[in-house]
Design a binder for this molecule. Structure first.
Ligand code: MEV
Length: 289
């Protein structure tokens, strides 16, 4: 029996646009998902397309126990973290010897299958390697870690990433003359952010712009707007939807001394908030218990 864990993530810039080959910046965050795998001849069905696919891909059978500190269906990459940690745990328990690269690739293929072909490798890359990551098309680059002070606000409105991705695809098909320039502009914001990674004031402005463009794409939600506005009013440098939107989470970049005030302002909107920072470690083995 072995236990592996993988971190969640926030998109700082570029969600949705990244599905169309535009650049994005995402960061691994605490908390993590813990997955225990045990060889078993008669495993219980996992009832998760992600976990079932992990065993199918690896060609083995086993039992799984998940202990997640990450809320699911909230935009924090919990399905990718579960997939990456499950693949790594199966790899170890069955002595399969796949490399990290192979695990990242398999996890991406599983996400793509569950998201009906439309997915970027962002979540699975960040969960596998940790840290701050720049993604564009097939290229993935780890950036030097930055100690961003962040507060995540969870609207508790659950959403489905595949449905939101499908909705944007539909909008783009019907209105390419509107959506294509918006996706390009999101890409422009991400590239500008690459030049301001140590300037939180400018990064915050860029996050606010990115949020407006996500709303144009139809992935906003009244509950998200409330949290974004309350974080900004409480002094955040910037705040935006993170992940697929339509519910789920937002993220605020904060001055260090205002983190608790911003978290309280978010919680006053009947939401959950937590303070977080970068997790530089990706998927890892936990001590046997
Ligand atoms: C979901 O966390 C982010 C999206 O850009 C989808 C993807 O990148 O696969 C909406």
């Amino acid at each position: 029996m072995v236990t592996w864990s993988a971190p969640g993530k926030v998109f700082l810039f570029g969600e949705h646009a990244v599905v169309y080959g535009k650049p994005a910046i995402a960061m691994a965050i605490k908390p993590r998902v813990f997955v225990t795998v045990r060889k078993s001849r008669a495993p219980h069905p996992a009832k998760s397309p992600y976990i079932d696919s992990c065993f199918d891909e690896m060609g083995v059978k086993g039992s799984v126990y998940i202990n997640s500190q990450l809320p699911s269906s909230s935009g924090l990459g919990s399905s990718a973290a579960v997939t990456v940690a499950t693949l790594a745990a199966i790899n170890d328990e069955f002595g399969i010897n796949n490399s990290r690269e192979q695990i990242a690739e398999m996890a991406f293929n599983i996400e793509k299958k569950v998201q009906k072909g439309r997915a970027s490798p962002t979540d699975t890359t960040v969960s596998t390697y940790g840290g701050l990551v720049f993604i564009m098309g097939a290229s993935r680059r780890r950036l030097p870690p930055e100690s961003f002070q962040m507060v995540v606000g969870n609207t508790m409105v659950s959403h489905s990433t595949s449905k939101m991705v499908e909705m944007v695809a539909d909008l783009k098909k019907k209105n390419p003359e509107i959506c294509d320039p918006v996706l390009d502009a999101i890409g422009g914001i991400t590239m500008s952010a690459m030049h301001h990674l140590v300037d939180p004031v400018q990064l915050g402005r860029l996050m606010n712009m990115n949020n407006s463009l996500l709303e144009v794409l139809g992935v906003g939600h009244p509950a998200l707007s409330r949290l974004v506005l309350s974080a900004r009013t409480a002094g955040a440098y910037g705040a935006k939807i993170t992940g697929a939107g339509g519910g789920g989470c937002m993220v605020a970049l904060c001055p260090k001394h205002l983190k608790s005030r911003i978290a309280s302002a978010i919680e006053a909107c009947e939401a959950r908030a937590f303070v977080t920072n970068i997790d530089t470690e990706g998927v890892r083995k936990e001590k046997d218990v």
